[in-house]
Design a protein around this ligand. Sequence first.
Ligand code: CAA
Length: 295
Amino acid sequence: KRPAGAPDKSLARKVTKVGIIGAGLMASQFALLFVRRLQVPVVITDLDQARVDKGLAYITDEIGKLEQKGRIDGDEANRLRALVSGTTDKADFADCDWVIEAVFEDLAVKQQVFADVEQYVSETAVLATNTSSLSVEQIGANLAHPERVVGFHFFNPVAVMPLLEIVKAPATDDETLATAFAVAAKLRKSAVLTADAPGFVVNRLLAKVMGEAARAVDEGTPVPVVEKALAPIGLPMGPFELIDLVGWAVAAHVQDTMMREFPDRFYASENMHVLSKLGEVVEKDKNGKVVDLTK
Ligand code: CAA
Protein backbone atom coordinates (compact mmCIF):
# COMPACT_ATOMS: atom_id res chain seq x y z
CA LYS A 1 0.00 0.00 0.00
CA ARG A 2 1.33 3.43 -0.93
CA PRO A 3 2.12 5.50 2.22
CA ALA A 4 -0.03 8.63 2.64
CA GLY A 5 1.29 11.44 0.44
CA ALA A 6 3.81 9.26 -1.43
CA PRO A 7 3.86 9.86 -5.20
CA ASP A 8 3.39 7.04 -7.69
CA LYS A 9 6.12 4.41 -7.33
CA SER A 10 6.79 4.48 -11.07
CA LEU A 11 8.40 7.92 -10.63
CA ALA A 12 11.17 6.50 -8.43
CA ARG A 13 14.68 6.58 -9.89
CA LYS A 14 17.07 3.67 -9.60
CA VAL A 15 19.75 3.94 -6.95
CA THR A 16 23.00 2.31 -8.05
CA LYS A 17 25.53 3.96 -5.75
CA VAL A 18 25.15 5.66 -2.37
CA GLY A 19 27.31 8.49 -1.02
CA ILE A 20 27.35 9.26 2.68
CA ILE A 21 28.67 12.59 3.91
CA GLY A 22 29.99 12.14 7.40
CA ALA A 23 31.64 9.09 8.92
CA GLY A 24 30.51 9.52 12.54
CA LEU A 25 28.37 7.01 14.38
CA MET A 26 25.07 7.94 12.71
CA ALA A 27 26.63 8.07 9.23
CA SER A 28 28.42 4.74 9.73
CA GLN A 29 25.15 3.14 10.82
CA PHE A 30 23.59 4.47 7.58
CA ALA A 31 26.41 2.97 5.53
CA LEU A 32 25.83 -0.43 7.09
CA LEU A 33 22.07 -0.27 6.54
CA PHE A 34 22.32 0.97 2.94
CA VAL A 35 24.91 -1.59 1.88
CA ARG A 36 23.04 -4.44 3.52
CA ARG A 37 19.61 -3.59 2.16
CA LEU A 38 20.41 -2.00 -1.22
CA GLN A 39 23.44 -4.17 -2.07
CA VAL A 40 25.06 -1.35 -4.03
CA PRO A 41 28.44 0.40 -3.60
CA VAL A 42 28.44 2.80 -0.65
CA VAL A 43 31.12 5.47 -0.26
CA ILE A 44 31.63 7.48 2.92
CA THR A 45 33.49 10.74 3.29
CA ASP A 46 34.51 13.08 6.12
CA LEU A 47 36.88 15.95 6.79
CA ASP A 48 39.99 13.80 7.04
CA GLN A 49 41.25 10.28 6.47
CA ALA A 50 41.38 9.47 10.21
CA ARG A 51 37.63 10.08 10.53
CA VAL A 52 36.93 8.08 7.37
CA ASP A 53 39.05 5.19 8.67
CA LYS A 54 37.22 5.23 12.01
CA GLY A 55 33.89 5.00 10.17
CA LEU A 56 35.13 2.17 7.96
CA ALA A 57 36.43 0.26 11.01
CA TYR A 58 33.00 0.55 12.66
CA ILE A 59 31.24 -0.72 9.53
CA THR A 60 33.66 -3.65 9.14
CA ASP A 61 33.20 -4.57 12.81
CA GLU A 62 29.42 -4.42 12.56
CA ILE A 63 29.45 -6.64 9.47
CA GLY A 64 31.55 -9.10 11.51
CA LYS A 65 28.95 -9.01 14.30
CA LEU A 66 26.14 -9.74 11.84
CA GLU A 67 28.11 -12.76 10.64
CA GLN A 68 28.77 -13.94 14.21
CA LYS A 69 25.08 -13.67 15.01
CA GLY A 70 24.34 -15.79 11.93
CA ARG A 71 22.31 -13.02 10.26
CA ILE A 72 24.56 -13.17 7.19
CA ASP A 73 27.00 -15.82 5.98
CA GLY A 74 30.72 -15.38 5.29
CA ASP A 75 30.23 -14.77 1.55
CA GLU A 76 27.68 -12.07 2.23
CA ALA A 77 29.96 -10.46 4.82
CA ASN A 78 32.80 -10.34 2.29
CA ARG A 79 30.51 -8.97 -0.41
CA LEU A 80 29.24 -6.21 1.89
CA ARG A 81 32.78 -5.25 2.98
CA ALA A 82 33.86 -5.06 -0.65
CA LEU A 83 30.96 -2.73 -1.47
CA VAL A 84 31.95 -0.14 1.17
CA SER A 85 34.72 2.37 0.56
CA GLY A 86 35.96 5.61 2.07
CA THR A 87 37.30 8.77 0.50
CA THR A 88 38.24 12.34 1.32
CA ASP A 89 37.71 13.37 -2.30
CA LYS A 90 34.12 14.32 -3.21
CA ALA A 91 34.94 13.59 -6.85
CA ASP A 92 34.41 9.95 -5.81
CA PHE A 93 30.74 10.87 -5.38
CA ALA A 94 30.38 11.67 -9.09
CA ASP A 95 28.43 8.51 -9.94
CA CYS A 96 26.30 8.45 -6.76
CA ASP A 97 22.60 8.79 -7.47
CA TRP A 98 21.71 8.95 -3.77
CA VAL A 99 23.69 11.10 -1.33
CA ILE A 100 22.78 11.45 2.33
CA GLU A 101 24.41 13.78 4.79
CA ALA A 102 24.80 13.19 8.51
CA VAL A 103 27.08 16.05 9.44
CA PHE A 104 26.93 18.50 12.37
CA GLU A 105 23.47 20.04 12.92
CA ASP A 106 24.34 23.48 11.65
CA LEU A 107 22.50 25.05 8.74
CA ALA A 108 25.58 26.64 7.17
CA VAL A 109 27.56 23.38 7.40
CA LYS A 110 24.77 21.37 5.81
CA GLN A 111 24.30 23.96 3.05
CA GLN A 112 28.02 23.89 2.37
CA VAL A 113 28.38 20.11 2.11
CA PHE A 114 25.48 19.95 -0.36
CA ALA A 115 26.88 22.87 -2.37
CA ASP A 116 30.24 21.03 -2.56
CA VAL A 117 28.74 17.72 -3.61
CA GLU A 118 26.43 19.33 -6.16
CA GLN A 119 29.50 20.22 -8.20
CA TYR A 120 30.17 16.54 -8.80
CA VAL A 121 26.89 14.62 -8.93
CA SER A 122 24.37 14.52 -11.80
CA GLU A 123 21.42 16.95 -11.83
CA THR A 124 19.02 14.22 -10.75
CA ALA A 125 21.06 12.67 -7.92
CA VAL A 126 18.98 12.86 -4.73
CA LEU A 127 20.48 14.88 -1.89
CA ALA A 128 18.94 13.60 1.33
CA THR A 129 19.46 15.26 4.69
CA ASN A 130 19.20 13.52 8.03
CA THR A 131 18.63 16.80 9.84
CA SER A 132 16.63 16.27 13.02
CA SER A 133 15.07 19.72 13.22
CA LEU A 134 16.49 22.20 10.69
CA SER A 135 14.50 23.41 7.68
CA VAL A 136 14.99 21.17 4.66
CA GLU A 137 13.95 24.09 2.44
CA GLN A 138 16.77 26.25 3.83
CA ILE A 139 19.32 23.44 3.55
CA GLY A 140 18.62 23.27 -0.20
CA ALA A 141 17.95 26.97 -0.74
CA ASN A 142 21.21 27.93 -2.44
CA LEU A 143 21.56 24.89 -4.68
CA ALA A 144 21.22 24.88 -8.46
CA HIS A 145 18.73 21.99 -8.13
CA PRO A 146 16.83 22.24 -4.83
CA GLU A 147 14.10 19.99 -6.26
CA ARG A 148 16.26 16.94 -5.49
CA VAL A 149 16.64 17.76 -1.80
CA VAL A 150 14.56 15.74 0.66
CA GLY A 151 14.56 15.15 4.41
CA PHE A 152 15.32 11.55 5.35
CA HIS A 153 15.34 11.43 9.12
CA PHE A 154 16.37 8.25 10.92
CA PHE A 155 16.09 7.43 14.60
CA ASN A 156 18.64 6.01 16.95
CA PRO A 157 19.62 3.16 16.99
CA VAL A 158 19.35 3.24 13.19
CA ALA A 159 19.42 -0.54 12.75
CA VAL A 160 16.59 -1.06 15.21
CA MET A 161 14.15 1.85 15.04
CA PRO A 162 11.55 1.17 12.35
CA LEU A 163 10.50 4.75 11.63
CA LEU A 164 11.80 7.12 8.99
CA GLU A 165 10.46 10.67 8.56
CA ILE A 166 10.53 11.71 4.91
CA VAL A 167 10.33 15.48 4.70
CA LYS A 168 9.09 17.30 1.62
CA ALA A 169 10.36 20.82 1.21
CA PRO A 170 8.29 23.14 -1.03
CA ALA A 171 10.78 22.60 -3.90
CA THR A 172 11.07 18.79 -3.57
CA ASP A 173 9.78 17.17 -6.77
CA ASP A 174 7.74 13.98 -7.08
CA GLU A 175 10.61 11.95 -8.59
CA THR A 176 12.77 12.72 -5.56
CA LEU A 177 9.97 11.94 -3.16
CA ALA A 178 9.09 8.69 -4.93
CA THR A 179 12.78 7.69 -4.87
CA ALA A 180 12.93 8.45 -1.13
CA PHE A 181 9.92 6.21 -0.45
CA ALA A 182 11.36 3.44 -2.64
CA VAL A 183 14.69 3.62 -0.79
CA ALA A 184 12.90 3.59 2.59
CA ALA A 185 11.02 0.45 1.55
CA LYS A 186 14.26 -1.25 0.53
CA LEU A 187 15.77 -0.27 3.88
CA ARG A 188 12.68 -1.94 5.43
CA LYS A 189 11.76 1.21 7.29
CA SER A 190 8.26 2.42 7.88
CA ALA A 191 8.22 5.84 6.23
CA VAL A 192 5.88 8.72 6.97
CA LEU A 193 5.67 11.95 5.02
CA THR A 194 5.93 15.03 7.22
CA ALA A 195 5.76 18.74 6.51
CA ASP A 196 8.98 20.75 6.60
CA ALA A 197 8.16 22.15 10.04
CA PRO A 198 10.62 22.53 12.93
CA GLY A 199 11.26 19.16 14.63
CA PHE A 200 9.01 17.46 12.02
CA VAL A 201 6.77 15.23 14.15
CA VAL A 202 8.84 13.02 16.44
CA ASN A 203 11.44 15.47 17.70
CA ARG A 204 8.77 18.05 18.28
CA LEU A 205 7.16 15.72 20.79
CA LEU A 206 10.40 14.31 22.19
CA ALA A 207 11.76 17.81 22.79
CA LYS A 208 8.72 18.51 24.94
CA VAL A 209 9.22 15.34 27.00
CA MET A 210 12.97 15.88 27.40
CA GLY A 211 12.52 19.59 28.10
CA GLU A 212 9.89 19.00 30.79
CA ALA A 213 12.03 16.26 32.35
CA ALA A 214 14.92 18.74 32.51
CA ARG A 215 12.63 21.35 34.08
CA ALA A 216 11.59 18.84 36.73
CA VAL A 217 15.30 18.51 37.57
CA ASP A 218 15.68 22.31 37.58
CA GLU A 219 12.92 22.37 40.17
CA GLY A 220 14.79 19.96 42.46
CA THR A 221 13.80 16.40 41.54
CA PRO A 222 16.93 14.27 40.93
CA VAL A 223 17.47 12.62 37.53
CA PRO A 224 17.01 9.01 38.75
CA VAL A 225 13.71 9.95 40.38
CA VAL A 226 12.36 11.43 37.14
CA GLU A 227 13.42 8.29 35.28
CA LYS A 228 11.86 6.00 37.87
CA ALA A 229 8.65 8.00 38.03
CA LEU A 230 8.16 7.62 34.28
CA ALA A 231 9.04 3.90 34.09
CA PRO A 232 5.50 2.59 34.77
CA ILE A 233 4.21 4.55 31.78
CA GLY A 234 5.93 1.91 29.65
CA LEU A 235 8.34 4.08 27.69
CA PRO A 236 11.17 1.93 26.25
CA MET A 237 13.61 4.36 27.91
CA GLY A 238 13.36 7.22 30.35
CA PRO A 239 13.99 10.72 28.96
CA PHE A 240 17.54 10.91 30.32
CA GLU A 241 18.53 7.48 29.05
CA LEU A 242 17.22 8.65 25.68
CA ILE A 243 19.30 11.84 25.94
CA ASP A 244 22.34 9.59 26.52
CA LEU A 245 21.39 7.47 23.50
CA VAL A 246 21.01 10.33 21.04
CA GLY A 247 23.82 12.34 22.68
CA TRP A 248 23.12 15.39 24.79
CA ALA A 249 24.51 17.72 22.10
CA VAL A 250 21.90 16.53 19.58
CA ALA A 251 19.12 16.66 22.18
CA ALA A 252 20.14 20.17 23.22
CA HIS A 253 20.33 21.26 19.60
CA VAL A 254 16.80 20.06 18.93
CA GLN A 255 15.67 21.89 22.07
CA ASP A 256 17.37 25.11 20.93
CA THR A 257 15.73 24.89 17.51
CA MET A 258 12.31 24.36 19.02
CA MET A 259 12.78 27.27 21.45
CA ARG A 260 13.84 29.53 18.60
CA GLU A 261 10.93 28.52 16.36
CA PHE A 262 8.22 28.28 19.04
CA PRO A 263 9.28 30.62 21.86
CA ASP A 264 5.78 30.56 23.31
CA ARG A 265 5.71 26.77 23.61
CA PHE A 266 9.27 25.66 24.43
CA TYR A 267 11.37 27.19 27.16
CA ALA A 268 14.94 27.01 28.34
CA SER A 269 16.29 24.67 30.95
CA GLU A 270 19.92 25.28 31.81
CA ASN A 271 20.13 21.57 32.57
CA MET A 272 19.04 20.53 29.08
CA HIS A 273 22.55 21.34 27.92
CA VAL A 274 24.34 19.35 30.56
CA LEU A 275 22.06 16.56 31.75
CA SER A 276 22.89 12.94 31.31
CA LYS A 277 21.61 9.88 33.12
CA LEU A 278 25.12 8.50 33.08
CA GLY A 279 26.80 11.49 34.63
CA GLU A 280 23.74 13.37 35.90
CA VAL A 281 25.60 16.55 35.00
CA VAL A 282 28.08 16.49 32.16
CA GLU A 283 31.55 17.71 33.12
CA LYS A 284 33.20 20.84 31.80
CA ASP A 285 36.82 20.78 30.66
CA LYS A 286 39.49 23.23 31.80
CA ASN A 287 38.33 25.78 29.19
CA GLY A 288 34.79 25.61 30.51
CA LYS A 289 33.67 23.67 27.46
CA VAL A 290 31.09 20.99 28.18
CA VAL A 291 32.47 17.46 27.75
CA ASP A 292 30.02 14.91 26.48
CA LEU A 293 30.40 11.93 28.80
CA THR A 294 28.06 9.87 26.69
CA LYS A 295 30.42 9.59 23.74
N1 CAA B 1 22.87 0.43 18.79
C1 CAA B 1 22.72 -0.57 17.91
N2 CAA B 1 21.92 -1.63 18.14
C2 CAA B 1 21.26 -1.66 19.31
C3 CAA B 1 21.36 -0.64 20.27
C4 CAA B 1 22.22 0.44 19.98
N3 CAA B 1 22.36 1.48 20.82
N4 CAA B 1 20.57 -0.95 21.33
C5 CAA B 1 20.00 -2.14 21.03
N5 CAA B 1 20.42 -2.56 19.83
C6 CAA B 1 20.05 -3.79 19.13
C7 CAA B 1 20.57 -4.98 19.88
O1 CAA B 1 21.89 -5.31 19.46
C8 CAA B 1 19.57 -6.05 19.48
O2 CAA B 1 19.92 -6.51 18.17
P1 CAA B 1 19.81 -8.05 17.80
O3 CAA B 1 18.35 -8.34 17.77
O4 CAA B 1 20.43 -8.07 16.44
O5 CAA B 1 20.58 -8.81 18.82
C9 CAA B 1 18.25 -5.29 19.33
O6 CAA B 1 18.62 -3.91 19.18
C10 CAA B 1 17.37 -5.42 20.53
O7 CAA B 1 18.17 -5.08 21.66
P2 CAA B 1 17.64 -5.24 23.13
O8 CAA B 1 17.11 -6.60 23.36
O9 CAA B 1 18.72 -4.74 24.06
O10 CAA B 1 16.41 -4.30 23.03
P3 CAA B 1 15.65 -3.49 24.06
O11 CAA B 1 14.36 -4.17 24.25
O12 CAA B 1 16.46 -3.14 25.27
O13 CAA B 1 15.43 -2.16 23.20
C11 CAA B 1 15.87 -0.12 22.15
C12 CAA B 1 16.48 -1.31 22.87
C13 CAA B 1 15.26 -0.57 20.84
C14 CAA B 1 16.98 0.87 21.91
C15 CAA B 1 14.71 0.46 23.06
O14 CAA B 1 15.22 0.74 24.33
C16 CAA B 1 14.08 1.70 22.48
O15 CAA B 1 13.24 1.63 21.62
N6 CAA B 1 14.48 2.87 23.03
C17 CAA B 1 13.95 4.15 22.56
C18 CAA B 1 14.74 4.59 21.36
C19 CAA B 1 14.19 5.86 20.78
O16 CAA B 1 13.19 6.41 21.18
N7 CAA B 1 14.90 6.35 19.77
C20 CAA B 1 14.58 7.60 19.12
C21 CAA B 1 15.51 8.61 19.62
S1 CAA B 1 15.23 10.18 18.87
C22 CAA B 1 16.23 10.20 17.53
O17 CAA B 1 17.05 9.38 17.30
C23 CAA B 1 16.00 11.30 16.59
C24 CAA B 1 16.83 12.48 16.72
O18 CAA B 1 16.95 13.15 15.72
C25 CAA B 1 17.40 12.97 17.99
